[in-house]
Design a binder for this molecule. Structure first.
Ligand SMILES: *[C@@H]1O[C@H](CO)[C@@H](O)[C@H](O)[C@H]1NC(C)=O
Ligand SMILES: *[C@@H]1O[C@H](CO)[C@@H](O)[C@H](O)[C@H]1NC(C)=O
Ligand SMILES: *[C@@H]1O[C@H](CO)[C@@H](O)[C@H](O)[C@H]1NC(C)=O
Ligand SMILES: *[C@@H]1O[C@H](CO)[C@@H](O)[C@H](O)[C@H]1NC(C)=O
Ligand SMILES: *[C@@H]1O[C@H](CO)[C@@H](O)[C@H](O)[C@H]1NC(C)=O
Length: 942
């Protein structure tokens, strides 16, 4: 003991320099502290920022480079504090996180202005502060950030103009300033941002003109300027040379002049120029075949509707309403469309001067045409044929047809709320999804269903997943128009894992938070609104409180460095204690493994040791093949049973944690509840609720002074059967207990039976306590002699009926008070013989009180059926439960005799053997026939 402490102290000093030398750069630690100080954190997300080192102790939202820098320190690479209800301000010290690449505070309530010191972060690539309450103007210093590729400051209260220095951000691809109060002229210098792909400046107060130099933005795909005030400015003709343009959205911009010619834009897909003051006619040059949306409504356009609007196979929306267009409507717009499946086309030509329709008046399904407010609606013929002139327009939508067939029984999922059927999985499979709040900021379509499957494959292929792993739970259009979605991402069914592991969660999250998805012209930029994983996931932490790989590496290096010293120390001082050294060093180096499961605690070795008084003999309450069981008292006073695996019962950590994961989902009043576990220092322990009344075996063997009455025994039988039934029917995958026995049925303070030791299939002892009978054993057969199903024993074929047999043996113990094997004799065989030769009640436990003969007969009959040699002759566990319920129901209190009365009236106990002689002298087979009739009757009425 003293040696051990000495040694630990020694090791501690060995590691100390290593751990301390490899830490986060002090200036960055100070900077982070200042950042936290300036923030208000009502939900305490940043609680762990007050202890340890940012990079080594995994501070929330802090991500560091994997290796130390040349200066021997770790550096912060990413600061990601999205959607954490943070308010307060951004500290100027952010500028001291010199190696930062990603700074992400989106979706909080941070106010104040953007500190100009952020301009010092020369490595910064991603700055996302969208969705806050930031005000003030843009510091021109941000323009120094030449590595910046994504600047999202949208949805704040920022004002002022865009500094001309921003032209220096040569790597800028995504520039989002939408939904703020910016004003003034757009700087023509932005045309130097040659890599710009998305320019979103909508919903501001920009004015002046549209810089003609923007034509030089040769990679620009989206130009979105809606809701600004360019008083009468014209769209520069040079914009026709924006040859990469996919989406041009200039809605409500007070633009004048004429429409540009879109025929030079081979990729143009979405055009919105509505609510302007555009004049002239619509150019009739051929448009890109990919066009989905053309909205030119609410302008002052005149002339004819061009034929170029026909033959656009992907068209979903064409609105020319509220203009002064004249002539006739070419019906070819809605013909020759492949409006198959879930495509739709909406054509709005209301309030123009259109006088006629040329061509076939009939329109295909899924086309909606509105012509109200045109002279042609005076034409009775047109009005009659279609509903074109109604306010709703003609044509009907058919159903989306986008429901996903699910052929799985509801019971396929565990009752645990976190698990869900994977809707599109190839087989019935339940798993815990990651939920992602997601929004397409500027999609290039107006109707989603035709693109849903494209979207799903876009996301899953980027994430390197199978198509079924994504599910769009819901979607809705929001102002913008933006497309809001709730996504669920499920784990792969391949490796049969029902939840993501931690590295996978981090990978997926990182993909989203650093926008690593390939760019999609159709779907445009996205916003991550939230990222939630409610349920458990398997985490392979290398330390409690988040000791990272880094620390482990430090420790390993420390060990190498100190190895010589250590070995000298060992030889000199503790050579006699080789064993304890080995255990100790292993303890130091072994990982602490944990999984996060709601309601299941992850205990440290120390907590376990303290609870059980260092696993003292006096705390030991049981012993089995798996290991010893200790009674323990946790720090909060809870009394628990700690099951500590013996060295040879331990399994791989991963199997152990998987098993815990499985056990944690089982909840039933007749199962002993798992409270937590400990997986540290090579130890594996399971922590259960403590059962003050011990095992059923204790009670029946006379260890406990008190005697169980008949009614209590019946309730125990029913409880045990209900617990096992739950394992058979509700657990997923179903669990066969394999080791039902009186010592595995525990009694709580109200003598309610709770089944223990379930599920630990791999942990289950090959043989339990009665080790001397091991000659019965086949390798592979698990269970306890006397309880093992003879069929399973012979064939090694385990079924639910094997548990029925074992439970039958327990019932027999309840009836007779005799253990399954005593004096070398098998209880089942003995009872069978006794029932053939003598009166039924001869076998009943003489100590037991309070039974009526009818009732105990039925219980015996059920028990003997459970103990049939052939599995097919045994009832199912469900039948057992039902029959026990019937036995308890059919015999109300009046026939369950109180102790004294029963002895005198119905059962003449003095002669021991005569209980209504006319009916009780039955052989087992008689009873069987009689009871199987009752049995069937009983089941039918349930
Ligand atoms: C701008 O952002 C605010 C806050 O997120 C939101 O309430 C508002 O609807 C947005 N306005 C527009 C036009 O998108
Ligand atoms: C646009 O491109 C055409 C040829 O593709 C060229 O003649 C014209 O000068 C360009 N316009 C501008 C404003 O550069
Ligand atoms: C049309 O869209 C498809 C896929 O969305 C794309 O592969 C194709 O290149 C596009 N064609 C044009 C002319 O933009
Ligand atoms: C046409 O203009 C009227 C009046 O400005 C407006 O109420 C209506 O919404 C417009 N129709 C369409 C389809 O934009
Ligand atoms: C996590 O899960 C992924 C995908 O299922 C797998 O490829 C990876 O090996 C797992 N990682 C660990 C540490 O188990």
């Amino acid at each position: 003991m003293r040696m051990r402490n000495l040694f630990m102290l020694f090791l501690f000093f060995c590691f100390l320099p290593c751990v301390f030398a490899w830490s986060t750069h002090p200036a960055q630690v100070d900077a982070l502290r200042a950042v936290k100080k300036a923030l208000v954190d009502p939900k305490h997300y940043l609680e762990n920022w007050s202890k340890g080192d940012p990079c080594i102790s995994n501070w929330t939202g802090v991500w560091c480079y994997d290796t130390v820098g040349f200066d021997g320190f770790y550096h912060v690479r990413e600061l990601q504090l999205l959607n954490m209800n943070l308010s307060g301000t951004l500290a100027p010290e952010l500028g001291k996180l010199s190696h930062l690449e990603v700074l992400d505070f989106m979706w909080n309530q941070i106010n104040g202005s953007i500190p100009k010191e952020i301009g010092n972060l020369s490595s910064l690539k991603i700055l996302v502060l969208n969705g806050n309450l930031l005000s003030g103007s843009l510091p021109y210093e941000l323009g120094f950030l030449s590595n910046m590729s994504r600047l999202q400051l949208d949805q704040n209260n920022l004002s002022g103009t865009i500094p001309k220095t921003f032209a220096n951000m040569k790597n800028m691809e995504h520039f989002h300033l939408d939904n703020n109060s910016f004003s003034g002229q757009l700087p023509s210098e932005l045309s130097q941002l040659k890599n710009l792909v998305h320019l979103l400046l909508d919903n501001n107060n920009f004015s002046g003109n549209l810089p003609s130099q923007f034509y030089a933005l040769s990679k620009l795909e989206i130009l979105q300027l809606d809701n600004n005030h360019f008083d009468g400015a014209e769209i520069p003709e040079s914009y026709q040379n924006l040859s990469s343009l996919v989406k041009l959205s200039l809605r409500n911009c007070s633009l004048g002049g004429t429409l540009p010619d879109f025929s030079q834009m081979p990729f143009i897909t979405y055009i919105d120029m509505s609510w302007n003051m555009l004049t002239g006619s619509i150019p009739s040059n051929k448009l890109s075949a990919n066009i989905t949306t053309i909205d030119l409504s609410n302008n002052k356009l005149d002339g004819l509707i061009p034929e170029s609007f026909s033959y656009l196979p992907s068209l979903q929306m064409l609105s020319l309403a509220n203009n002064s267009l004249n002539g006739s409507v070419p019906a070819s717009i809605w013909h020759n469309k492949s409006l198959s499946g879930n495509a739709r086309l909406s054509i709005d030509l209301q309030y123009n001067l259109l006088s006629d329709i040329s061509g076939d008046l009939n329109s295909p399904q899924n086309v909606n045409i509105r012509l109200q407010g045109n002279p042609l609606c005076n034409n009775a013929k047109i009005r009659k044929i279609r509903h074109f002139c109604d306010s709703n327009g003609g044509g009907n939508w058919t159903n989306d047809g986008s429901t996903y067939p699910v052929d799985c029984p509801a019971t396929a999922c565990p009752l645990d709320q976190y698990y869900e059927l994977i809707p599109q999985a190839p087989t019935c499979f339940c798993a815990v999804p990651i939920r992602i709040g997601y929004r397409l900021k500027s999609p290039s379509f107006t109707y989603f269903p035709p693109y849903i499957s494209d979207f799903e494959s876009y996301v899953t292929s980027a994430l390197n997943m199978e198509l079924y792993q994504i599910f769009i739970d819901s979607y809705a259009w929001e102002e913008g128009p933006r497309l809001r979605m709730d996504l669920k991402i499920f784990p792969n069914t391949f490796n049969n894992s029902h939840s993501f592991n931690e590295s996978e969660v981090h990978r997926i999250r990182h993909m989203y938070t650093t926008w690593q998805f390939p760019r999609s012209e159709l779907f445009g930029p996205y916003e991550l609104l939230n990222f939630t994983l409610l349920g458990p996931y398997i985490s392979v932490n290398t330390g409690k409180g988040g000791i990272s790989k880094v620390l482990l590496v430090s420790i390993l290096v420390g060990v190498v460095v100190c190895a010589v010293v250590v070995s000298v120390a060992i030889t000199l001082f503790i050579s006699r204690k080789k064993n304890s050294y080995r255990r100790l060093s292993r303890r130091f180096l072994s990982k602490h493994m944990s999984i996060k499961i709601a309601g299941i605690k992850d205990f440290t070795y120390n907590e376990m040791s303290q609870a059980s008084n260092d696993f003292d003999c006096s705390a030991q309450v049981g012993e089995g093949g798996y290991g010893n069981v200790y009674k323990g008292t946790l720090a909060d006073g809870t009394v628990v049973a700690i099951k500590r695996a013996k060295e040879d019962s331990r399994q791989g950590m991963h199997e152990f944690l998987t098993e815990i994961h499985l056990l944690s989902r089982l909840h039933h009043r007749n199962l002993v509840a798992l409270v937590g576990y400990c997986c540290e220092n090579d130890e594996q322990m399971l922590v259960y609720e403590f059962m003050p009344n011990g095992t059923l075996e204790d009670w029946l063997s006379g260890k406990s002074e008190k005697i169980l009455g008949y009614s209590t025994r019946l309730h125990i039988a029913l409880g045990a059967a209900s617990g096992v039934l739950y394992l058979h029917r509700e657990a997923n995958p179903p669990i066969f207990h394999r080791d039902i026995k009186a010592s595995n049925i525990l009694l709580d303070s109200h003598l309610i039976a709770k089944v223990a030791d379930f599920g630990i299939s791999c942990l289950a002892p090959v043989l339990d306590d009665e080790g001397d009978t091991s000659q019965y054993l086949f390798t592979g057969v698990k269970g306890t002699p006397g309880y093992i199903d003879p069929e399973y024993f012979l064939t090694q074929n385990l079924t639910d009926k094997s548990d029925v047999y074992s439970l039958g043996v327990v019932f027999l113990e309840l009836i007779t008070g005799v253990p399954p094997i005593s004096h070398g004799k098998n209880l089942v065989r003995e009872v069978n013989l006794a029932l053939k030769s003598g009166p039924l009640l001869d076998i009943v436990d003489k100590r037991m009180k309070g039974y009526s003969c009818d009732n105990v007969e039925r219980f015996i009959a059920l028990t003997m059926r459970c103990c049939e040699e052939k599995p097919e002759m045994r009832p199912s566990m469900l039948d057992v439960v039902r029959e026990l319920e019937n036995i308890l129901k059919i015999d109300p209190e009046s026939t369950i005799m109180s102790d004294s009365i029963s002895l005198q009236s119905t059962c003449t106990s003095t002669t021991q053997s005569t209980c209504r002689p006319d009916t009780i002298l039955k052989t087992v087979s008689d009873i069987r026939v009689l009871k199987s009739q009752n049995f069937r009757h009983g089941s039918d009425t349930v």
